[in-house]
Every structure is written in structure tokens, then in C-alpha cells.
Design a protein around this ligand. Structure first.
Ligand code: GLU
Length: 574
């Protein structure tokens, strides 16, 4: 189902019934009231989408609406993102001007490269690092929101909080996806007491689907931040509570301090842009590797005529896998926080460099060995790091009546972050996105922990302009290291195959993890497993794809809005 943002008048009458009726669960699936022409919102949860739509209808800018969605997701999708985490926001104006905001979490100033190592100098099991004060970075989303709003807000700051306050105060129903996440959450050491009291029963089981949860603590926190601005988050009572909670759970010196929180700064950074078949692609640069990876994948594929090969051809997607493998080898070696290490961003995206890398790709045989390339400006003596795949993120996209596109990925890293909660919101475990080992074979890893540094991300919020320079596509995803692949795949769907926003997200998923290749089960990819083997992809993993994209696509003067059909979300719900 494709949902256009501009609904016919008849829909107005139908849409008035968005309140909960009797015992029928209400996860916010009812379509909202029509938006002004060209306004549209995509979010992983319909209730958060409705919050963004409400702000657009009140005359808010795309930035205002994106902030409202981020806040609402803190309430209704606490497993994935929130104000206790961070994010990246890419804002592209209709005239092509693009700015980006970095609200990535920072390591406390006392953190050192051996932060995650135990007394024996070894890395403990990943889950132990997650449920610990060691994993919590200074949250960045509220600072990002305040900075972006200061420059591009149209409504008053406090008004943007209204929908989220209402959801938290009046309550929201636990939907099947959240219930599932609560059941599957296996945080070693568990959720903090405040979180347990909110979401679990006395028997320790997650509250049933349909339970109305009122998160009064969060409503109070929101009210304080709405009245006091970002300062109320980064100083005073909230900052003290965050510092105390994190420090109590940090087993070594250097724990997060009040000053670490008070000193946090969101940063405006240059967008990373390149062209793909005359479309202009703009994404976030370091500290995320996502934008560079998306654009490297596309750049390396440009010499192939994917449209002629077709969307249901194993060769098309074999080429996609090869481009991924090359991009990820570069990503491992070179990309980290550019405030701390030299990242050769321009060199990695140079057409001549990408052509050289692309020449390694063959249409009929997969590469046997992949190493990082040597782009212009590459620093010497770095080593590959380690990084797990985790799933605690949400992507949202907004377009407003001026055609300004906002692509915002917000995260707390793992499901429910560190499990620690303050003021009704979860604190992230973003610092596990650092390489927990500082060096490999005596060479330093670019993404090692350092005080004040931002861990490397995979998030890739992106905006795309068509060959005439008009806003065309807004896209991004959740899913840890799968994010750039999900994003590039959707862009290929929209550009090479002319697919709708929803179809481009619905495309079967495949990804190379070194020499192993994941093919999404129950799709035509699975049926063509033999063809992939014949192309040299011998180690196939056939399973569900742990991905969650979001997109908006312009068709004429309307915008299609879509969220990943793999979610329980309204696309696949009755
Ligand atoms: N923390 C991850 C990143 O920044 C995202 C985690 C996820 O999507 O689940 O790349």
C-alpha cells in the first residue's frame, strides 16, 4: 500500500476516529488528517508519525516535525531510540542547500583506549559491556534538536514537545513489536528498576500487548526540557541524575561526570555529497561511516547498467554485494570520529578512486580477497577494528510545505540501550560502537575509545535530488552495520528501477559479511541461491533480515510515505 500525503477531502471525515475505542488495541494505525501540499512524514511507529504530522499541520517546519517525531519515539518505541541517545539529522532545502547536525554521543573525558578491557587486558563478552555505565555516552539528541531548531524552527520550542508529552502523560498501548522486544531483551544485569516498574509485571514478564502505559516520569522530564530548553537537560537535576546513575554502574575510574554532560555540544558539519547517475546524493559524514559507505557502494556500481540487468536478476545483486564488500573494507580501516583521526572523506569518494575500486568487480565471479584501498589522503598504520550488529535505532523522514527534506536517524544503540533509565527514558549504550580493542597486531584502530570522542556509526540519513535538482527521495534505516546497505538498496530501487518508496524498502535484502552472504528468506533471492553460489558466493546464510528502513519519495507534487514492511507497522497490519 502506498500512502500519499495529500489525501482527498473524503478522507477527512474518515480520519477523525484516532482515539482508542473500548478494548480494541490502538497502536495509532488510523490515518491522520490531510497535510498541507507537499508535507509528509515517515516514522517507524504510526503514533510518532502522527506527532510529526500534527506539527506540520500547525505550520511547523520539517525540522520542527522531525524533532516532534524523535520525542514521540522516545515514548512509544523506547526499545529503539530516544532522548537518552543520539542521532544525525540531514536537512536539504528545496534549492539544494544541505546542512547536517551531529548529535552523536561522546565518551566521558576520563575514558581511555583500554576502557572496555578487563583486568587481564581482554575484551569481556559483548553483553557485559552493554549493561554497564562503561557503554553510556553523553546523550546528544536534545542538543541536536536545540541547535537545529535554533536555526530552522518555525514553532516555539515548547510547542514541539506537546504531542510527546500527551503520549507519555495520557498513555500509549504496548504494541506487539515492543512486547516482543521486552520479551527478547536479554540484558545481562537486566533493566533498571525504574524501567522494570514501567514495562514489566510483578512476575517479571513484559506487560501484555494492549496495556496502556503512562510514563509520568518522562512526561515530567519533557515538560522540564520544554520549559527550560536544552539547558534543562544538560545542567541541573537531569544532568546530575544521568551522571549519578551512570557513575554508579561504571566499574572503573573515569566515569561520566556532570561536567561531561554540561560540556556536550552538538555539531553542525558539512554534508557529504556525490552524484549517482545525475542524481545528487547527500548524507552525513564522520563520525558515521554510513553516508560514505552508501555513496561508495553507489559510485562503484555506476558503470553497470542495473536497469538493463533488472531488479530480479542475481547478477544485479551480486554486483551490489561486491560493491558492499569494497566499501566495508574501506570503512573498517579509515572511518572514525574525524575530530580525532584523519578520515580521507574526499579521497574515498573521488570518482577516479571509485572507478579503480569498481574495476575489481567482475560480473561473473565474486572477489576472493578484499582489502581496503589507498584513497588520497589516507593515513598510514591503522588496523581494522571490531563491531557487532545491533538493533536499537529508528529512522524518520519529513518533508514540509517548502519542500525542505529532513532525514533523521535516532538511536540508543542496542534494544533498550544500556537498560539504565533516568527520568523515564533509557540511556544509550552507544560507546560499544567503538572498537573495544584499541589495537590489532600492534597497530592502533582509528575507532578506539578516547575521552570526548564520538564512536563510529553506520547510520546514514540521506536526501536525494533528481537530475533537475528537485527534492526527490528521503531515506535511512536502523540495523547497525546493515544500515548503509539498506539505504543504498532503497536508492537503487528508486533510481534504477523506478520503484515507489514502499517498494524500494520492500526489495529483498542481501548483505556480505566478509565472505558470508545473507540472503533474505522467503524471497526470490532464496530461490536463486544456486545462482549466487555459481557466482562464487559459497557461504550463504538464509534468514530473516533484521532491518528497518524509512523513506519518502516525490511523485509530481505529492510525496509517498513508507516505513519498512518488515515492521509490524500499519503496512502489514489489518
Ligand atoms: N548504534 C548503531 C550505529 O550508530 C545503530 C544501531 C542500530 O541500528 O541498531 O550505527
Amino acid at each position: 500500500m502506498i500512502r500519499f500525503s495529500v489525501l482527498p477531502l473524503a478522507a477527512l471525515a474518515l480520519s477523525a476516529c484516532s482515539t482508542s475505542t473500548g478494548n480494541t488495541p490502538d497502536f495509532g494505525m488510523t490515518p491522520g488528517i490531510p497535510l498541507p501540499p507537499l508535507g509528509a512524514v515517515s516514522a517507524a511507529d504510526p503514533r510518532a508519525q502522527a506527532a510529526g504530522e500534527e506539527i506540520l499541520r500547525k505550520g511547523g517546519s520539517a525540522t520542527d516535525a522531525a524533532i516532534a517525531v524523535m520525542l514521540a519515539l522516545t515514548v512509544v518505541e523506547p526499545q529503539s531510540s530516544g532522548i537518552g541517545g543520539g542521532g544525525f539529522l540531514v536537512r536539504g532545502e528545496a534549492d539544494g542547500d544541505v546542512t547536517t547536525y551531529d548529535g552523536r554521543e561522546t565518551a566521558p573525558s576520563g575514558a581511555t583506549p583500554t576502557w572496555f578491557l578487563d583486568e587481564k587486558g581482554e575484551t569481556p563478552p559483548f553483553r557485559e559491556s552493554v549493561r554497564s555505565g562503561l557503554s553510556v555516552g553523553v546523550p546528544g539528541n536534545i542538543a541536536l534538536a536545540a541547535k537545529a531548531h535554533g536555526e530552522h524552527g518555525r514553532l516555539a520550542w515548547a510547542d514541539i514537545f506537546a504531542p510527546a508529552i500527551k503520549l507519555a502523560r495520557e498513555g500509549f498501548q504496548i504494541n506487539p513489536r515492543m512486547h516482543d522486544a521486552l520479551g527478547r531483551s536479554r540484558l545481562t544485569g537486566g533493566h533498571s528498576e525504574m524501567a522494570k516498574a514501567l514495562f514489566y509485571g510483578a512476575d517479571g514478564e513484559p506487560l501484555p500487548v494492549g496495556t496502556l502505559v503512562r510514563n509520568e516520569e518522562l512526561a515530567n522530564s519533557f515538560e522540564a526540557f520544554a520549559a527550560g530548553g536544552a539547558e534543562a537537560f544538560y545542567t541541573g537535576e537531569n544532568a546530575l541524575a544521568v551522571a549519578t546513575t551512570v557513575a554508579a554502574d561504571t566499574p572503573k575510574p573515569g566515569a561520566m561526570t556532570y561536567d561531561d554532560i554540561a560540556g556536550y555540544e552538538a555539531k553542525e558539519r558539512s554534508a557529504v555529497c556525490s552524484s549517482y547517475r545525475e542524481y545528487r546524493i547527500c548524507s552525513m559524514g564522520p563520525p558515521t561511516s554510513g553516508g560514505i559507505a552508501v555513496q561508495q557502494i553507489l559510485g562503484q556500481l555506476e558503470r553497470f547498467d542495473l536497469t538493463a540487468l533488472g531488479a530480479e536478476n542475481a547478477v544485479t545483486w551480486h554486483l551490489f554485494l561486491e560493491a558492499q564488500r569494497l566499501a566495508y573494507a574501506d570503512r573498517e580501516l579509515y572511518v572514525a570520529d574525524s575530530d580525532y583521526v584523519t578520515v580521507p572523506v574526499a579521497g574515498l569518494l573521488e570518482k577516479s578512486y571509485l572507478a579503480e575500486r569498481s574495476a575489481l568487480i567482475s560480473e561473473d565471479r565474486s572477489m576472493t580477497e578484499i582489502t581496503a584501498g589507498r584513497p588520497r589522503g589516507a593515513p598510514m598504520a591503522l588496523a581494522d577494528g571490531d563491531e557487532p550488529v545491533e538493533h536499537g535505532t529508528s529512522h524518520l523522514a519529513v518533508v514540509d510545505s517548502l519542500g525542505t527534506m529532513v532525514s533523521y536517524t535516532s538511536t540508543i544503540e542496542s534494544a533498550f540501550g544500556s537498560g539504565l533509565m533516568v527520568g523515564g527514558y533509557y540511556l544509550n549504550n552507544e560507546l560499544t560502537d567503538f572498537s573495544r580493542s584499541p589495537e590489532v597486531d600492534g597497530r592502533m584502530v582509528a575507532n578506539r575509545v578516547e575521552g570526548g570522542k564520538r564512536p563510529r556509526s553506520s547510520m546514514s540519513p540521506t536526501v536525494v535530488y533528481d537530475p533537475q535538482g528537485r527534492p526527490f527521495f528521503v531515506v535511512g534505516a536502523a540495523g547497525g552495520s546493515t544500515i548503509p546497505v539498506t539505504t543504498a538498496r532503497a536508492i537503487i530501487g528508486a533510481i534504477d528501477f523506478g520503484l515507489s518508496a514502499e517498494e524500494s524498502l520492500r526489495l529483498p535484502f542481501l548483505m556480505a559479511f566478509g565472505n558470508r552472504v545473507l540472503l533474505e528468506e522467503n524471497t526470490w533471492l532464496e530461490a536463486q541461491a544456486e545462482q549466487f553460489r555459481a557466482l562464487g558466493h559459497e557461504e550463504l546464510i538464509i534468514r530473516q533480515a533484521p532491518i528497518k528502513g524509512g523513506a519518502l519519495r516525490r511523485v509530481g507534487d505529492q510525496w509517498e510515505t513508507a516505513r519498512d514492511p518488515r515492521l509490524e507497522g500499519y503496512l502489514d497490519m489489518p
